[in-house]
Design a protein around this ligand. Sequence first.
Ligand SMILES: NC(=O)c1ccc[n+]([C@@H]2O[C@H](COP(=O)([O-])OP(=O)(O)OC[C@H]3O[C@@H](n4cnc5c(N)ncnc54)[C@H](O)[C@@H]3O)[C@@H](O)[C@H]2O)c1
Length: 265
Amino acid sequence: MGRASDGTGVSMSGGPIFRLDGKVAFISGAGSGMGAGIASMMARQGARVIVNDLVPERAEETTASILREDGQAVAAAFDITSLTAVRDTCEKLARDNGGIDILVNNAGNAGGSQFVPTPFADMRPEDWDAFLSVNMRGVLNCTHALLPGMRDRGWGRIVTISSDAGRIAAVPGVSVYGAAKAGAAHFMRHIALETAEYGVTANTLCLGHLNTIGEPYASEIVRQIPCGRLGTPEDVASAALFLASQEASWITGATLAVNGGYPAI
Ligand SMILES: NC(=O)c1ccc[n+]([C@@H]2O[C@H](COP(=O)([O-])OP(=O)(O)OC[C@H]3O[C@@H](n4cnc5c(N)ncnc54)[C@H](O)[C@@H]3O)[C@@H](O)[C@H]2O)c1
């Protein structure tokens, strides 16, 4: 274990920026939505991408689309809420791929149709874990599995996909989800503190309203977004790519809102 190998920061010599050539990126929940967008963009920037998802067909689909574009990708279907599955599989993936440099903690459960906003007083305790397990424990599991390798190699990037629900309380009915997302973001700040000297950064993106929202809500919400539109996988992927790049080596412990300016506070 040594001190940071990227202490020189960013080269001022010009040329392409935000490239990930030679890097290996593990992206949880990359079989659909934002994760698929992040995987595709990182692959286009030269990374070898490990496409995780709970649903094997989804992981295969994202992988196939990256391979069709001549990118490098491998599917890895498993449940990130299982510490055993994460530990065993990540160990093998790291061995097979010469180490994993970038972790994107993307898997979560805000986007699916199964998400029904419910006031906390009306929630059953047995429903809490659906939010705590993937949005909080999954982040701990993946970080636990991949951080030691990054620290040993003296370079690493951890990007956690959180939510505005974890930054502010603006929408009722998402308290447990919001608490888990806030926990994940705050965990990143501590990880940033503990790992900066080893060249590993840890940052969070808090996503706002995305184009996964259907009508009639979408039109109403768009009116409240200063940028005038819902967010896309490309918006999220661009921010994740930046934080994963060499160019962002002096940014750690940060929480970046990716929300089109809503709410503007
Ligand atoms: N969509 C939104 O409006 C929104 C807003 C704010 C934050 N977010 C966050 O952004 C991230 C991506 O959301 P999305 O909209 O793309 O969701 P999505 O439902 O489209 O994709 C999430 C993917 O994660 C996978 N997944 C779920 N649980 C998993 C597990 N235990 N192990 C491995 N994979 C698992 C799912 O199969 C799915 O393919 C999530 O963390 C979500 O909480 C989304």
